[in-house]
Design a protein around this ligand. Structure first.
Ligand code: ZN
Length: 499
């Protein structure tokens, strides 16, 4: 077994180096790279090397041997080997030329997508969407098992143990409980004068507030970088190198405030993985939904709370004294929680957010089971926005081209956003048993809250399944009712309705 362990470790040393190149090139593409730069050959070579290493007979035999002796391994390594067996089996089902070709397709797609979005021209990107959908359909056929077929293969990859059945039930429950409330609220105005929100907020001022927030969250400059990109995102390579981006709109300053807190929430998860786990192949987050639960927890449950604005409003006012003259912390609280059916997911309020996800979920389901084709994406999108949110979509830019995910080949990812939001509410419920969360927010630092998250969730990294971490943190299995109770309670109070 020692020989197998040596081979396993040596292969991982190389795989980690390749993953580091992937991390750097991904960061570069999204932040610095000229739009017409061509690195297709180099990136193809990298993905070929990664494929060859993971599918080599030597590595495969070593992983199988370790799997056979898994009960003699430490908990972290045992979990890792179980995952490694599954991932090499999956990878071997994908022919190398298709694997490399698909990677190259995605690299080309990104810039085409950006151009199509800027021109609001779906037709420009359609050939790429078609090829990605074609690959995904083939992929699920390669990977299907007795338990998993079709779209379930992809859902399970993003969040182990999930399926259409589970999401159908989850979304049906959200619809049943939230849509009546959304209908009651729609068109109602919160009692405050929002004219301050229509003023000009300089990028320089927004960046100063972002720097202040870094201090509040504990996003220390020694190990973090903040840059700009069209779509804010987090990228990390181990706990010592965590990077996020943000965007700044002069006519919507709250967007950069909440994107910063959201991405720092992802970043803190990466940074608080234990040293022991960080050195293994189990660093980073446990799953997409668990990651999103952390970003949305800080962004919404903490960042959109009354205590947050009562604590930090003065700093914002110090930066924008003229714009915020006569404005109160409560005005900021109301502005950041205003609910309305809108076009753009990333700017959506907490209450209507999951409806945006359901639109994407239905389209992915339709594409994977062949009910719709890539060319139908815009019309399906617009139809579903009308049905779920009651609004007309004026352009593809504000419609089906608003998210980059499908251009990155990420099908099955969106549903984890809604699931992660639901995890966040369950985690909040458990945290309140141990901490006076409002008092923690009022200290001006998130450190007490993050210490709890580190102990209950972050330190494990990906060394356990998300469902086990959720159980450890909250003492129970996933229960969507915490999410519903949180939203119904919060929004009924905000809008003066009976809960
Ligand atoms: Zn996120």
């Amino acid at each position: 077994m020692q020989k197998s362990l040596d081979i396993y470790n040596e292969t991982n040393r190389k795989l980690k180096a390749l993953a580091y190149c992937g991390f750097l090139s991904g960061w570069d593409i999204n932040t610095e790279m000229p739009p017409k730069a061509d690195h297709e050959e180099e990136l193809s070579a990298l993905s070929e090397m990664s494929y060859t290493l993971q599918t080599s007979d030597e590595y495969s035999a070593a992983v199988d041997d370790l799997y056979a002796h898994r009960d003699e391994l430490s908990g972290v390594l045992k979990h890792e080997i179980e995952a490694a067996v599954l991932s090499k089996q999956k990878l071997k089902k994908v022919p190398m030329d298709e694997y490399v070709e698909y990677g190259a397709l995605l690299n080309r797609f990104y810039n085409v997508y950006v151009e199509a979005k800027n021109k609001s021209d779906f037709a420009l990107a359609l050939p790429y969407y078609e090829k990605v959908v074609e690959f995904k359909r083939k992929y699920v056929l390669w990977q299907q098992t007795d338990e998993l077929s079709g779209y379930d293969v992809l859902l399970d990859e993003f969040e182990k143990g999930t399926s259409r059945k589970q999401y159908d039930e989850f979304f049906a429950l959200l619809k049943e409980k939230l849509v009546p409330l959304i209908k009651k609220i729609n068109g109602k105005k919160l009692p405050f004068d929002d004219s301050f929100n229509k003023k000009y907020y300089s990028e320089e001022g927004q960046k100063r507030f972002q720097e202040y927030l870094r201090g509040v969250v504990g996003f220390t400059p020694d190990h973090t970088v903040v840059k700009e990109s069209e779509h804010p995102f987090t990228s990390g390579y181990g706990k010592t190198d965590v990077r996020i981006t943000n965007h700044f709109y002069a006519d919507n300053f709250l967007s950069s405030v909440y994107s910063a807190i959201h991405e720092m929430g992802h970043g803190m998860y990466e940074m608080q993985v234990s040293d022991e786990v960080d050195k293994t192949m189990s660093g980073g987050g446990a799953s997409m939904a668990m990651h999103e639960s952390q970003s949305r927890f800080l962004e919404n449950i903490i960042g959109r709370s009354k205590s947050f604005w009562e604590t930090h409003f003065e700093k914002l006012k110090e930066i924008f004294p003229e714009n915020l003259d006569g404005v109160t912390a409560n005005d900021l609280y109301l502005l950041s929680n205003r609910a309305e059916c809108s076009l753009v997911r990333t700017e959506a309020d907490e209450l209507t957010y999951s409806l945006h996800i359901m639109v994407r979920y239905e389209i992915e389901k339709g594409l994977l089971n062949g009910q719709i084709e890539a060319k139908d994406i815009p019309s399906e999108w617009n139809r579903l926005y009308k049905e779920y949110l009651g609004i007309d979509v004026p352009s593809d830019k504000e419609g089906c081209l608003q998210d980059v995910h499908w251009a990155c080949g990420d099908f099955g990812y969106f549903p984890t956003y809604a699931l992660g939001s639901a995890y966040a509410s369950q985690i909040y419920h458990a945290m309140q048993k141990d901490l006076d969360v409002d008092a923690e927010i009022r200290t001006g630092s998130f450190s007490g809250i993050e210490k709890w998250l580190a102990e209950k969730i972050h330190r494990f990294g990906a060394s356990k399944d998300p469902k086990d971490i959720l159980f450890y943190a909250t003492g129970e299995e996933f229960n969507p009712n915490y999410y519903i109770d949180y939203l119904v309670g919060k929004y009924s109070k905000l809008y003066g309705l009976d809960a």
